[in-house]
Design a protein around this ligand. Structure first.
Ligand code: SF4
Ligand code: SF4
Length: 365
């Protein structure tokens, strides 16, 4: 009884010390940005706005290209970020032949960036950049304002459902594995692949009843279940998670500084029991750093490399690092001609006309 009281008092005094320390430190806007839990949401919002403006610009481009007049905006290559399967097979061809896809080159750049950032910063792509992940997460966050209860999926069902995204990933990897270089080259040059970005746009602007029903299910699911889409169905997230296992950066817990309050485990959106682990190597960890932000014990929890204990990545520096790296990748790709599609405006207009009058279906092998 005496010992446990002593331990509890030690813990409490550490929390009070930490709180006092935080009060002293967190009185500037700079510190707010560096430490506050809203930092990630600001980055998510910024990327969501960039994605929406890219989508709107592409909509205008397609709308104008469908007529006979001039097109008032240039085609935003960033829309190709929504073509991950095409990027996957293009990367296979690149590794086997060194040939870059000129039809949707930005798809390869964005996909490659997602993989690299997952290796460097442990699946941070999902919780800091991905607009779908952001919307899914925010839908869950508005739930209390709608006075709706949270649906806590039983552990056995949660684990079973999580496998779905790996099954979907396995399916796409299997298709990619079985495609020969010749088949990939033929596919990349089909009208189907050339207008796949337009088909993706029509997914929203000419929504079928089935698509609408699926979207409604995903929206309702996201309101009741935390990270519904990312957690159970996203094959992209499954892939970045598997790459993240190799990442040297992880959430690491210093057991000497930890006061075993359990705040980190409670804050984790992926139900990882952070309090009982030394370093989080779980492929579900999205490097959201929510656990780090809520930890009351200074230095107990940090996102860092194993050996370099001083190289601690704060939420703010992680966000800036991701944006900085993406900016560098974009500038290099754009400057070296690996970003803009080789499809001319004339060819694009011709394919749009075909698309409007007949179905361009997936080529059969
Ligand atoms: S809360 Fe921590 S352990 Fe959980 S996903 Fe976020 S960074 Fe990973
Ligand atoms: S690491 Fe987790 S359990 Fe330990 S002090 Fe921080 S929040 Fe509490």
């Amino acid at each position: 009884m005496g010992d446990s009281l002593k331990v509890r008092r030690l813990g409490e005094s550490r929390v009070i010390e930490t709180c006092n320390h935080e009060n002293k430190r967190d009185n500037s806007f700079w510190q707010f940005l560096r430490k506050d839990k809203n930092t990630r949401h600001l980055f998510q919002l910024a990327f969501l706005l960039v994605t929406l403006s890219t989508g709107l610009r592409f909509f205008i481009y397609v709308f104008h290209a469908g007529g006979n007049g001039a097109i008032s905006v240039s085609r935003p290559a960033g829309v190709e970020g929504f073509l991950p399967i095409g990027a996957l097979i293009s990367w296979k061809r690149f590794f086997l032949t060194g040939v870059w896809d000129t039809v949707h080159p930005a798809a390869m750049v964005i996909f490659g960036f997602a993989i690299v950032i997952s290796f460097i910063a442990h699946k941070a792509f999902c919780s800091w950049l991905c607009p779908v992940g952001a919307v899914s997460e925010w839908l869950w966050r508005i739930r209390p304002n709608l006075f709706l209860p949270e649906l806590v999926i039983p552990r056995w069902l949660d684990i079973s459902l999580r496998l779905v995204k790996y099954v979907l990933l396995g399916f796409f990897l299997w298709i990619t594995w079985n495609m020969s270089v010749r088949a990939i080259t033929v596919f990349i040059n089909t009208p189907y692949y050339k207008v796949s970005d337009v088909k993706m746009l029509h997914f929203f602007t000419r929504m079928s009843a089935l698509t609408g029903i699926v979207l409604v299910i995903l929206v309702i699911g996201s309101i009741f279940v935390k990270n519904f889409w990312c957690r159970y169905f996203c094959p992209y997230g499954a892939l970045t998670g598997l790459v993240a296992i190799l990442s040297p950066f992880r959430v690491r817990r210093d057991k000497d500084k930890c006061i075993s309050c359990g705040a980190c485990s409670k804050a984790c959106p992926h139900r990882i029991d952070v309090m009982r682990t030394r370093s989080v190597a779980n492929p579900e960890c999205s490097a959201c750093l929510d656990c780090v932000v809520v930890c009351p014990a200074e230095g107990a929890l940090s996102f860092r490399l194993t050996k370099l204990r001083k190289l601690v990545v704060t939420p703010f520096s992680l966000g800036v690092g991701i944006v900085g790296l993406f900016s560098v990748v974009y500038v290099i790709a754009a400057w070296s001609g690996y970003w803009e599609s080789s499809i001319t405006e004339l060819e694009f207009r011709q394919m749009l006309r075909i698309l409007d009058h007949q179905v361009i279906s997936h080529p059969s092998w």
